[in-house]
Design a protein around this ligand. Structure first.
Ligand code: ADP
Ligand code: MG
Ligand code: ZN
Length: 477
C-alpha cells in the first residue's frame, strides 16, 4: 500500500459588512449602480482627501470577534498595504497588519468524530477594491470604483481543518454567526462572502506542515469541495513523483475542474506595509466593549433552549429553523401573528425547504412576509381553502409575496361551502360510479378514496375533502 497523506487546510475569509456607507467616506455601499456614481475623492484616491473610519465597521468587526471567542485589541491601527493595480486608486489598500482588531479566537464545528475547535488567528478590517471590466469587443479595460472602499473583514483561520467536510462545516458556522449578528448577508454567489483556501499535504504523522498553495475564485460550497479534492490530488501526485510543491497562488477553474498558477506567493515585505498616518489609532474602552457584549443577539444555542420552552414543535424542526437566522426570524414573526407554531413550522420545514432546494436558493432569498404566511394559515384553518389550494397559493407567495386572500379571490379558489351544490355533485358521482359504490359497500375502503377524488375533480379542487368524505359515508351507509 502507498503512503498515507493528511490534508491540512487554513482559510482566509473575506466578508462584506452590511453598512449603508463605505468604510472611510459617506458613499453608498449599494451593490451595482451606474459605474462610478457611488464615489467621492476619498474612495477614488484623490490626493489631499482624508479617510474617516465608519464606526459601524468597528462595531461589526468587534461583534464578530466576540462571537468567535477572540481577544479584542484595545489599541488598534490601520496600515497601508502598498501595491499598484488599476482597481486600487490610492496605490495602497488600507488594511491592518500589525494590530488587527481581533486575535486568538476559535469556533466549534460538528464533525463525524464530534465537536472540534478551529482556531481563528485574527480578524482585520480593510477596504475592498474597485472592479475591472475587460471589454474584449472594444479591446479595452474599464474600471468601476463603486465597490472601492466597501468595508470588509478578513477572518484568518489557523491551519486546523483536515478535510473538505470540515471546511464546509467551518464556513457554514461562520456564516450563521455573522448572519445572526446582522453583520453581513454572507452570500457566496454574490461575493459578500469569499473564501481563499490554503492547502498542503503531509505524510500522516509528520510533525512539520507541508508547503501550501492558496486557491482563490471559489464562489460556492460545491466549488470549494471540488477545489480541495483536486488540489489535494495534485499535491500528492507531485510528492509521489519526487517533485516539490511550490508555494503559490492558484486559480481554481470550476468548469474545467482544475487549477492553474496565478503568481508565486509574495511576502508581506513586498507590500511595504506601514501604519496609515491619515487615520488615528483606535482606543477601545472597557465600557464600550461591555456595551458591544450586551448588544450581542440571542445565538442559536440560546434560541434552541427558548424554543423548547416556548413552542410545541419537534426538536428536529427547532434544529433546522434555528440553523438559519432568516428562518428563525420568519418563524418567530409569523407565530407572533397567528399563534400556531406547529403550522408555521410545517410550512417552513415542508414547502419552503422544498422550493428553496428546487430553485437552488438560500433562506436569505425568501421573499414572502410573515403577515402573508399567517394569513394563509388562517385561511386554511377556517377551511376557506383546502390543503391543495393552499400549496398553490403558497407557491405564488414564494415567487412574489402575493397577498393570499387577494390571490384566492382573483383565481376563484375559495372552497365551495354550499352543501347543496356538493350534495348534487355527490349524487352525480355516485350514479356514475356504481362499481366503486358496490366495492365500498363490500368493504373496500380504497373505493371511497376514489370517489372523493372524483368529486374533488368535479368541484375543480375547490372543496373540502374532509367534508366530502363525511357526506359520502353518510350517503352510502
Ligand atoms: P500569508 O500572510 O502569507 O497569507 P499566513 O501565515 O497568514 O500567510 O496564512 C494564511 C492562511 O494559510 C492561514 O489561514 C493559515 O492557517 C494557512 N496556512 C498557513 N500555513 C499552512 C500550511 N502549511 N498548510 C495549510 N494552510 C496553511
Ligand atoms: Mg494572507
Ligand atoms: Zn467615497
Amino acid at each position: 500500500m502507498g503512503k498515507q497523506y493528511e490534508t491540512v487546510i487554513g482559510l482566509e475569509v473575506h466578508v462584506e459588512l452590511a453598512t449603508k456607507t463605505k468604510i472611510f467616506c459617506g458613499c453608498s455601499t449599494a451593490f451595482g449602480g451606474t459605474p462610478n456614481t457611488h464615489t467621492c475623492p476619498v474612495c477614488t484616491g484623490m490626493p489631499g482627501s482624508l479617510p474617516v473610519l465608519n464606526k459601524q465597521v468597528l462595531e461589526y468587526a468587534v461583534s464578530v470577534g466576540l462571537a468567535t471567542n477572540c481577544d479584542i485589541t484595545r489599541y488598534c491601527k490601520f496600515d497601508r498595504k502598498n501595491y499598484f493595480y488599476p482597481d486600487n486608486p490610492q496605490n495602497y489598500q488600507i488594511s491592518q497588519l500589525y494590530l488587527p482588531i481581533c486575535r486568538n479566537g476559535y469556533i466549534e464545528i460538528e464533525t463525524a468524530d464530534g465537536t472540534k475547535k478551529v482556531g481563528i488567528h485574527e480578524i482585520h478590517m480593510e477596504e475592498d477594491a474597485g472592479k475591472l471590466i475587460h471589454d474584449e469587443w472594444e479591446d479595452c479595460t474599464l474600471v468601476d470604483y463603486n465597490r472601492s472602499g466597501v468595508p470588509l473583514i478578513e477572518i484568518v483561520s489557523e491551519p486546523d481543518m483536515r478535510s473538505a467536510e470540515e471546511v464546509i462545516a467551518y464556513l457554514e458556522k461562520l456564516r450563521m454567526l455573522i448572519q445572526y449578528l446582522g453583520a453581513s448577508d454572507c452570500k457566496l454567489q454574490e461575493g459578500s462572502m469569499r473564501a481563499d483556501v490554503n492547502l498542503s499535504v503531509r505524510e500522516a504523522g509528520a510533525a512539520q506542515l507541508g508547503t501550501r498553495t492558496e486557491m482563490k475564485n471559489l464562489n460556492s460550497f460545491k466549488a470549494i469541495m471540488r477545489a480541495i479534492e483536486g488540489e489535494r490530488e495534485r499535491q500528492i501526485d507531485l510528492l509521489e513523483s519526487g517533485e516539490a510543491v511550490v508555494q503559490e497562488t492558484r486559480r481554481w477553474d470550476d468548469t474545467k475542474g482544475c487549477s492553474y498558477a496565478m503568481r508565486s506567493k509574495e511576502d508581506a515585505q513586498d507590500y511595504r506595509y506601514f501604519p496609515d498616518p491619515d487615520l488615528v489609532p483606535i482606543h477601545i474602552s472597557e465600557e464600550w466593549l461591555a456595551e458591544r457584549r450586551d448588544a450581542l443577539p440571542e445565538f442559536r444555542t440560546e434560541k434552541i433552549v427558548r424554543y423548547k420552552e416556548e413552542y410545541e414543535i419537534p426538536d428536529y424542526d427547532i434544529d433546522i429553523i434555528t440553523g438559519s437566522k432568516r428562518l428563525a426570524d420568519l418563524f418567530e414573526e409569523t407565530v407572533a401573528i397567528c399563534k400556531e407554531p406547529k403550522k408555521v413550522s410545517n410550512w417552513l420545514m415542508g414547502e419552503t425547504m422544498r422550493l428553496l432546494k428546487e430553485q437552488g436558493k438560500e433562506p436569505e432569498d425568501i421573499v414572502f412576509s410573515p403577515a402573508h404566511l399567517a394569513k394563509l394559515i388562517a385561511m386554511t384553518e377556517s377551511k376557506e381553502i383546502n390543503g391543495t389550494v393552499a400549496k398553490e397559493v403558497f407557491e405564488a407567495m414564494f415567487e412574489s409575496d402575493v397577498d393570499p386572500a387577494q390571490y384566492v379571490e382573483e383565481k376563484g379558489l375559495k372552497t365551495v361551502n354550499d352543501t347543496g351544490a356538493l350534495q348534487k355533485t355527490l349524487e352525480e358521482i355516485i350514479a356514475a360510479n356504481p362499481q366503486s359504490v358496490a366495492d365500498y359497500r363490500g368493504g373496500k375502503e380504497k373505493a371511497l378514496g376514489f370517489l372523493v377524488g372524483q368529486t374533488m375533480k368535479a368541484m375543480k379542487g375547490k372543496a373540502d375533502p374532509g367534508l366530502i368524505n363525511k357526506m359520502l359515508r353518510e350517503m352510502l351507509s
